[in-house]
Write a protein that binds this ligand. Structure first.
Ligand code: ZN
Length: 160
């Protein structure tokens, strides 16, 4: 197994962050390109202290996200949010592609999501609270949407 690399993050403004990402064909999943991208994204997210990372943030216009879970980084291929709770809540968000910007975004408190695992297995999970928020933020990236498009009180916090 090859090692994982730390990838450069695409910084806003950049057209790549505004693209609609392409679905990953099932026969592409086992190929090295997607496997390596998934490993690299997981490592990049951890090293850069992100809670999630979407492929366009590393310059790849494909429907792949990685989210931080209690079990470690979880890749989700072709993720689709199939249910959203009527209950929404405001929460603070930031983004590796918008360094030092933060804002409050209203999101569904809980969601259901379907995706393919890195082994190509169809998975369906429920997520709540912060994990639900992170998944909604990352799926937005796959549709060219950034949190600043939805946020209130966007502000810049200077790096120490
Ligand atoms: Zn983001």
């Amino acid at each position: 197994m090859s090692t994982a690399n730390i990838l450069d993050i695409v910084i806003h403004p950049n057209d790549i962050l505004r693209q609609i990402c392409a679905k990953i064909a099932p026969n592409e999943i086992e190929k090295e390109k997607i496997q390596q991208l998934s490993r690299d994204m997981a490592k990049t997210m951890v090293i850069k202290d992100g809670l999630g990372l979407a492929a366009p943030q590393v310059g790849q216009i494909v429907r792949l996200i990685v989210v931080s879970t209690v079990d470690g980084p979880m890749p989700m291929l072709n993720p689709v949010i199939t249910q959203t709770s009527l209950i929404k809540e405001w929460g603070e968000e930031g983004c590796l592609s918008l360094p030092q910007l933060f804002g409050r975004v209203k999101r569904s408190k809980s969601i259901k999501i379907e995706f393919l695992s890195i082994n190509g297995e169809r998975r369906r999970i429920a997520a709540d609270g912060l994990l639900a928020r992170v998944i909604q933020h990352e799926v937005d990236h796959l549709n060219g949407i950034l949190f600043i498009d939805k946020a209130k009180n966007v502000r810049e916090i200077a790096e120490e």
